[in-house]
Design a protein around this ligand. Structure first.
Ligand code: CA
Length: 238
């Protein structure tokens, strides 16, 4: 498994130092933020695999940070909070957090949670590899043969269109930002802009709709990115 990047969000400098020092000593790669807005922005630009999030932040509430990040990221989110009330934890988990740690916590407890999060990430990755066919409504993607069909009819895609569709499928139900898509399809440092991405998406959408005109497999979120909604099969049009 690749090395994970951890985002630490904490406005209390002494707690932040304790966590980052622990991560450094244990050879974890990390970035840190002291406000909610900074956390959302760093998450969008750095795609951390794990987020350690304080709920009480100076600008926006931690719950709102979770909701925002969760709308387009599958990162494992562990809440670190001084709030002992169960209601806050439940609200955080319902909003998309994976686990929580209550202050004060021990270093050993923190490291154990990080190890558990990594096992969970590895399990998710393995499950994804095991499933050879993706099905969403009338769309199927057979990853082994790279065969894409809509309502049983093969769709001929270019290599980039296939990768775009696979990325949207792997994140079905989540909004993917322009920069996230560009990073994942073309890699860092490659000059591809949003206008080019729009052209590729239009072409992909056109090929899918050529078979089923009513099919909405790619939703545009203006100014943000794209999303493949989870679909039920359409009723037969014939
Ligand atoms: Ca705080």
């Amino acid at each position: 498994m690749d090395e994970i990047k951890i985002l630490v969000v904490e406005d209390d400098r002494s707690v932040l130092n304790l966590i980052t020092t622990t991560l450094k000593i244990n050879h974890y790669s990390y970035i840190s933020a002291t406000t909610g807005n900074e956390a959302v922005s760093l998450c969008a630009s750095h795609h951390p695999g794990l987020i350690l999030l304080d709920l009480g932040l100076p600008d926006i509430d931690g719950i709102d940070v979770i909701r925002t990040i969760r709308s387009w990221s599958s990162a494992v989110i562990i809440i670190i909070s001084a709030r002992g009330e169960d209601n806050d934890k439940i609200l955080a988990l319902d909003s998309g957090a994976d686990d929580y740690l209550t202050k004060p916590f021990s270093i050993e407890e923190l490291l154990a949670r990080i190890r558990a999060a990594r096992r969970r990430m590895q399990y998710i990755a393995e499950q994804e590899e095991k499933s050879p066919v993706f099905i969403n409504g009338d769309l199927t993607i057979d990853y082994a043969s790279r065969l894409v069909t809509v309502a049983g009819t093969e769709v001929h895609l270019t290599a980039i269109e296939y990768r775009l569709l696979s990325l949207l499928a792997a994140n079905a139900g989540k909004v993917l930002t322009h920069s996230y898509i560009i990073d994942h399809i073309w890699g860092g440092g490659v000059e591809t802009d949003i206008i080019s991405l729009r052209v590729y998406m239009a072409s992909l959408r056109k090929k899918l709709r050529a078979i089923r005109p009513g099919l909405n497999l790619i939703e545009t979120h203006i100014g943000i990115g794209y999303q493949m909604p989870r679909l039920q099969a359409l009723p037969d049009e014939g």
